[in-house]
Design a protein around this ligand. Sequence first.
Ligand SMILES: NC(=O)c1ccc[n+]([C@@H]2O[C@H](COP(=O)([O-])OP(=O)(O)OC[C@H]3O[C@@H](n4cnc5c(N)ncnc54)[C@H](O)[C@@H]3O)[C@@H](O)[C@H]2O)c1
Ligand SMILES: [Zn+2]
Length: 339
Amino acid sequence: MSKIKVSLTEKDNSYEVVIRRGCINDVGQELDLNRKVLIVTDEGVPAEYAEKVAACSGQPFIVTIGEGEEHKSLESFDLLLNKMLQEGFSRKDCVVAVGGGVVGDLAGFAASAYMRGVDFYNIPTTILSQVDSSVGGKTAINYGGLKNIVGAFYQPKRVLIDIDLTKTLTDRQISNGLSEALKMGMTFDAGLVNIFKRDDYMEHLEEIVTRSIELKTNVVEQDEKEAGLRKVLNFGHTIGHGIELATNEEKLYHGECVSIGMVAMSSAEVRKELIPILDRLNLPTSCDVDGEEVYRMMCHDKKASGAMVSAVFCEKVGEYKLQDVTLVSLKDRVRSVTD
Ligand SMILES: NC(=O)c1ccc[n+]([C@@H]2O[C@H](COP(=O)([O-])OP(=O)(O)OC[C@H]3O[C@@H](n4cnc5c(N)ncnc54)[C@H](O)[C@@H]3O)[C@@H](O)[C@H]2O)c1
Ligand SMILES: [Zn+2]
């Protein structure tokens, strides 16, 4: 078990991340649930997780949204606000997310907006949300066909991580999330990368999650609003996003696109270490998507190929190089991982 403090400039916004197996069973000890509690989950999350939170709550109201990215929407946001209003939620009541990044981003945004902000607790249930999205205070919904375009920086009061909840995930979802943990190791922590070199890396899941949260916390504390260092968390994401947009989402998960993007942004030396790890994790290292299309997608929101992007390179495992480059200068790297 560990507790990681996220210390932010506004002291009131600081909070703790508690990592403890089985903590879902006694959430009442960790969170102040003796009030009205809006518990947000989705259809793909085992219903018993939200029910366990409800069992520890004073006045629980479970809202189950549809499963998948398309439900991180204005309609779902409306549903949550409506429920709180109908049930007479006040400023003193709270919202608890029980799910992956979709549920966390949506519920956090609803909590930020209702009466200008009610307490928000996050109980992430996917590896991706445990190692990445539950810390950092970014909340959002998708709107007008654009991802995360409407949202707020809103810190949770506490994050509870129970890694036993991830046992119900598919192997592919597990690898998808581990890709983001590996990403943090590649740029900040060679020791974390070494864990993935072992065949029994899943025995070390608690350490992987804990180290990832510590790394992300460290970055977020130094750069709350993404002015600099936080950009390093985008390692693998510039080309990864291009791939994500160029394929239909059914085909490749976000973490899988990031995995290919990491290969692209690594030096030849680093690739020799990275590729066997990705193979072990069953993550892709290249794709048969048209490279020109990927490049077009990368340019899409930048308007011009001469546009500058902050690119993150890895030339030594555990270290990063952050550099503003033109998109066109990344073209060869795109080609090296696409068709
Ligand atoms: N806020 C941030 O800083 C941040 C960072 C990274 C990603 N994100 C967001 O996170 C989202 C992706 O998160 P995700 O990968 O967790 O996706 P997700 O929330 O869609 O979860 C993936 C799938 O797993 C299912 N699921 C969740 N928990 C489960 C469990 N314990 N057992 C079985 N199935 C379970 C869900 O129903 C869903 O089908 C994206 O919307 C992305 O924009 C946000
Ligand atoms: Zn990501």
